[in-house]
Design a binder for this molecule. Sequence first.
Ligand SMILES: Nc1ncnc2c1ncn2[C@@H]1O[C@H](COP(=O)(O)OP(=O)(O)OP(=O)(O)O)[C@@H](O)[C@H]1O
Ligand SMILES: [Mg+2]
Length: 246
Amino acid sequence: MTPLLQIQGLVKAYHDRAVLAGVDLDVNEHEVVVLIGASGSGKSTLLRCVDLLEDIDDGRILLNGRDISDPRINAEVARQAVGMVFQSFNLFPHMTALGNVALAPRVVHGNSRRDAELRARELLARVGLESHANSYPDKLSGGQQQRVAIARALAYEPKLLLLDEITSALDPELVGEVLTLVGELAASGATIVMATHEMAFARDVADRVCFLDGGQIVESGSAAAVLDSPREERTKQFLKRFTSGR
Ligand SMILES: Nc1ncnc2c1ncn2[C@@H]1O[C@H](COP(=O)(O)OP(=O)(O)OP(=O)(O)O)[C@@H](O)[C@H]1O
Ligand SMILES: [Mg+2]
């Protein structure tokens, strides 16, 4: 079976400095891959490249066997198969929760306003926010806003979900509700690549953990293998620093 996502020899440089220095990663359908690594190791850049938000300098990114990094393809269309959620929720402040989520079904899928709103209500129910459909983002907690952002990403019916530190801007007591939702999406068969510092969560949901350092995947394997018995010195150092309070 062809992996859903294939990243091959990916190189991304800023001002002649390689931030991604040859990344290879295959992600199968229904797989949950968690990216860990120190600040600046390249996690966000990797996710942004897959979401075609960055031009890449070398290598290829294939989705369902199709090269989406080919500059000749229509990036806007290719990106519709990928849903990305960011640390800062990036909701449209002038739209209600419902409006934010209904946008994709209307604009991308060409649904009528009524159908788009029905679909958006289903998605808000899925993230536990049915009763907040008419709230504007500034009247929602951080955790609620992030759940709306996840519902909005799901509205694109993505084949692949990219989650970039989606809990790191949240107050500690709100982290749980967002991670619970991600766990539910994983359990329902979503394919997820997620950068996070939540090691306990990685241990629970990750099929695979990849440790990045210096723009490369230094070590990858099951959560137990990478987090409990890392083989590489750099992974050991990172985890040691991490557990001793970063
Ligand atoms: N637009 C940019 N221009 C120049 N350098 C950049 C740009 N974006 C990222 N970088 C650099 O690329 C490197 C990797 O950044 P990236 O944001 O991918 O790291 P990260 O692993 O996500 O870190 P964090 O854990 O802090 O989110 C960093 O050294 C960063 O300074
Ligand atoms: Mg980052």
